[in-house]
Design a protein around this ligand. Structure first.
Ligand code: CMX
Length: 433
């Protein structure tokens, strides 16, 4: 199998590289932490390692060194598609190389062959109350798939440590393959909107997701590809990626680790911000019965801040610039539906809110993040149940976090166990300083 063979070739090289670094340079001092950092969510503390992606505060995410525009331009695309195969992105995340069209298609074929969702998943979802949030259903369904874990079976049979990455790859491919169908199952059941559509063997993973939602529209298929590529990874310190890494470091299998990460993604300061953001935009539209003037929007934004709420979709813990993932989606909307009312409102918010946040003087980054616009695009194509948006984020995030988990196992990374201090100890240090 293509990914197995490729990884089998490069894993030993990377193992040696990591071993050499730790053995020969392991005592080099990397960081002096401040009490502020210890107490303040470990901001800017560089203690995680990943080669899958890197967030440059000034320019944004690079996936295996490639900027978002480079990824969108260089990854292979299907005929009639304007956005790349997501299978090609996964090949890039896992191997560090831009795949050929055949290699991207081979990954897509792997996913297609593994897409079947076992019957018990539907039963698990059916017993949940109607008001259950889609992210809760999503995490439950992922956990219910854990019965399929190859890693658990191999581990219980006494697998060698060097081989851990192999069933982790198997589990990852199976989970990724099933996630679009699983998300569509939740969508169709929760909102009674659609009958689960059958997959089209001629369509790719992302295109088939659109089909399963019942949206037979080429533009939406391209948006699905774009969305899944953009949200796939954002280095390792964000809550969902870090959670998957942490739980996975205990050798919990991919299903357990990913479900845990999805519970973090469901938080309003992280993935749920896309739902909150669209809710905020709709509340503006409702209040002003359309797109307001700049002045009135500025006043409304200030009222939001004064009420102690954040303006969702703006600010970031690392970025200090408009998020290139925002920019890519903004350009998509500008190209396909520049006159859409909600898009015009999102544009106006982009003009007004950075100034409001700068004037308020608290947020370190006044610029839009990925969530500021993603809901606007979904809304345009008819996916208007905005509590579903974080599920879309999750379907995409599986790509980055599983790539990381496979590599963590390939390099034999240990269980994560940082050390705590007491406040009294910190005070003592502060007093002596
Ligand atoms: N609206 C209002 N206040 C904001 C703000 C915003 N959009 N962004 C930051 N601030 C405030 C913070 O709440 C903080 O206030 P306190 O000192 O009173 O706690 C202050 O500015 C400093 O925060 P920061 O250092 O700039 O940002 P953090 O690293 O603490 O938080 C984030 C980052 C994203 C949680 C924050 O900007 C925020 O809450 N944004 C809105 C929610 C959002 O869009 N989240 C999605 C992020 C992308 C993702 O992870 O998926």
């Amino acid at each position: 199998m293509i990914l197995h063979d490729k990884l089998n070739e490069i894993v030993p090289v990377w193992r040696e590289r990591a071993r050499k670094l730790v053995k020969e340079r392991g005592n080099v001092k990397v960081n002096d932490f401040t009490i502020d950092q210890v107490y303040g969510g470990m901001r800017d503390v560089e203690v995680l390692v990943t080669d899958i992606s890197y967030v440059d505060p000034a320019t944004g995410i690079r996936l295996r060194g490639f900027t978002i525009p480079e990824v969108l331009e260089q990854l292979p695309k299907a005929k009639n598609a304007t956005m790349p195969y997501v299978g090609g992105l996964y090949y890039l995340l896992l191997t560090g190389e831009i795949p050929t069209t055949d290699q991207a298609r081979a990954v897509e074929a792997e996913w297609q062959a593994r897409a079947f969702v076992p019957a018990h998943i539907e039963n698990v979802l059916r017993v949940m109350p109607d008001e259950t949030h889609p992210m809760t259903l999503f995490a439950q369904a992922i956990l219910a798939l854990q019965t399929e874990s190859h890693f658990v079976k191999r581990y219980n049979a006494g697998m060698k440590k060097d081989e851990y990455w192999i069933p982790t790859l198997e589990d990852s491919l199976n989970l990724i393959a099933k996630l679009p169908a699983l998300a569509a199952l939740i969508y169709c059941k929760k909102y009674s909107k659609c009958e689960m559509g059958q997959a089209d063997p001629n369509l790719d993973w992302a295109g088939n997701f659109a089909r399963r939602l019942g949206i037979a529209n080429r533009e939406y298929e391209d948006l699905a590809r774009l969305y899944f590529i953009l949200h796939s990874d954002h280095e390792s310190g964000n809550v969902s990626a870090h959670t998957v890494h942490l739980v996975g470091s205990a050798l919990s299998d991919v299903y357990l680790a990913f479900a845990a990460g999805m519970n973090g993604l469901a938080g309003p300061l992280h993935g749920l911000a896309n739902q909150e953001c669209l809710g905020w935009l709709l509340s503006v539209r409702e209040k002003f019965n359309g797109v307001p003037t700049k002045d009135r929007l500025e006043q409304f934004a200030n009222e939001t801040l004064a009420s102690g709420k954040v303006i969702p979709g703006y600010g970031h813990a690392v970025l200090r610039t408009p998020d290139p993932r925002f920019v890519a989606q903004y350009e998509f909307a500008k190209k396909y539906f520049p006159d859409d009312e909600l898009f015009r409102l999102a544009e106006l918010v982009y003009q007004v809110v950075p100034g409001v946040l700068k004037a308020a003087g608290k947020a370190k980054n006044p610029w839009p993040n990925v969530d500021a616009i993603s809901g606007t695009l979904q809304y345009h194509y008819g996916v208007r149940e905005f509590d579903f948006y974080t599920v879309l984020f999750g379907v995409s995030r599986v790509l980055g976090v599983t790539a990381n988990l496979i590599w963590a196992r390939a390099l034999g990374q240990p269980i994560e166990r940082p050390k705590s201090m007491t406040t009294a100890m910190l005070e003592e240090i502060a007093n002596k300083a």
